[in-house]
Design a protein around this ligand. Structure first.
Ligand SMILES: Cc1cc2nc3c(=O)[nH]c(=O)nc-3n(C[C@H](O)[C@H](O)[C@H](O)COP(=O)(O)OP(=O)(O)OC[C@H]3O[C@@H](n4cnc5c(N)ncnc54)[C@H](O)[C@@H]3O)c2cc1C
Length: 359
């Protein structure tokens, strides 16, 4: 995964989206893998959209892709306005436990595309969107686990970890944030993942699949081990004559207030990471991306400690649901649409706003 900002910009400028809408659901389809950069706040959905326009591409032809960018913003806005740690619209039905099947964690489900993708999750920190849906469906709707702890396991291992997209997608699959549970059978997985398996626990018609007993291979459940150890850092040198720009896990934007002569601090708050732990791989990815910001210093500690004795006029940060404890000058994030209100459904949000993009 590239981490140099110039190369990331080049990748964003040279997107080939010609086959995107036809192939995006296939495991080998032409998706962009931009999510790690969007999730870390390095580039915004608006920025990606502007690259498409700037390249003179006929945007109508890329509507599906732009709609996916809007999904990202939509989940962020729901997170901004609602408590997404609760079952959002209705309670999850038929919950058997709050753990996760051991054979999911160990990539031993015997469904080839699933085991392959879980190994990739550990190796690379990325899983194709369709397989993310399959995994969530197996865990919540076949093994009947509550969505939240499995979502935390997934978030921990993804380098594009974004609690908004993650929690709300798990909730969409298990029916707490949608009108029905999402199921995929073996034939569907074979079609999109180029496998040819039969006689698996998913090899049923849908009318049967939605009523099967928990398969034996999924019956042993475990509490995922999400180790996250942080030592609080030594105090860092702050030049008190200059303002402080506070970066964090969701804001690694090298262009943000680039010309301001300021202290630049990557704030790693233990209280946030205790609630939302991430893997060493994910943290290393953050560190590599941060190298694109000149002079940035890592500070492991709470905002309150960092900002002690610093006046509000001297602190800048970007708005985010996990920053509600920050004080100082809050900058807006870039959104695809100007409108950042809450909508109860994605398609209401999309249909109301897409005209502003010329769609
Ligand atoms: C159970 C589950 C958990 C998920 N967890 C995360 C997560 O922690 N972090 C994360 O970034 N995404 C998550 N997603 C959303 C989606 O799977 C990824 O954003 C997508 O796979 C990223 O790959 P890409 O950049 O190649 O996407 P592309 O298909 O190339 O799409 C371009 C961009 O559009 C946005 N996008 C595309 N699909 C979605 C989607 N379904 N929801 C929201 N935004 C989307 C992303 O910013 C993406 O980079 C999850 C989806 C599911 C079903």
């Amino acid at each position: 995964m590239i981490t140099n900002f110039e190369e990331i910009l080049k990748k964003t400028k040279n997107l080939n989206l010609n086959n995107y809408s036809k192939t995006r659901n296939y495991l080998n389809g032409s998706v962009t893998k931009l999510s790690p950069y969007v999730s870390r706040g390095m580039i915004s959905t608006r920025f990606i959209f502007e690259q498409i326009i700037g390249a003179g591409k006929p945007i109508k032809q890329y509507e599906k892709f732009i709609q996916e960018l809007a999904w990202r913003d939509y989940w962020q806005l729901v997170w901004k306005h609602k408590d997404i740690n609760q079952d959002l619209k209705r309670q999850q039905e038929e919950v058997n436990n709050h753990y996760i099947p051991k054979n999911i964690i160990e990539a031993q489900t015997k469904i080839e595309a699933i085991d392959y993708s879980i190994k990739k999750l550990y190796d690379e920190g990325y899983v194709h969107n369709h397989v993310r849906m399959y995994i969530a469906s197996i865990v919540c709707n076949i093994a009947k686990c509550h969505w939240k702890n499995p979502a935390k396991w997934f978030y921990y291992n993804l380098i594009d970890a974004d609690w908004g997209s993650n929690a709300l997608s798990w909730q969409w699959v298990c029916g707490t944030n949608s009108s029905k549970k999402y199921y995929a059978n073996q034939a569907n997985i074979n079609h999109f993942c180029n496998t040819n398996q039969t006689n698996t626990f998913l090899d049923h018609e849908y009318s049967v699949l939605s009523n099967i007993e928990i398969p034996k291979i999924l019956s042993e459940v475990v509490d995922p081990n999400l180790d996250f150890n942080l030592q609080c850092s030594e105090p860092i040198d702050i030049d008190n004559s200059k303002p402080i720009l506070v970066y964090n896990f969701y804001n690694v934007d090298p262009m943000w207030r680039k010309d301001l002569d300021a202290n630049r601090v990557m704030l790693i708050e233990p209280s946030v990471f205790r609630e939302y732990p991430v893997s060493p791989k994910s943290l290393n990815f953050l560190k590599s991306l941060s190298k694109n910001i000149d002079g940035i210093k890592f500070y492991i500690g709470e905002f309150e400690d960092l900002s002690k004795n610093v006046s509000n006029q001297k602190i800048y940060f970007k708005e985010h649901p996990l920053n509600k404890n920050y004080h100082g000058s809050e900058d807006k994030r870039d959104w695809l649409f100007e409108n950042d209100s809450y909508y109860p459904s994605f398609f209401k949000f999309w249909n109301k706003n897409k005209k502003s993009l010329g769609l």
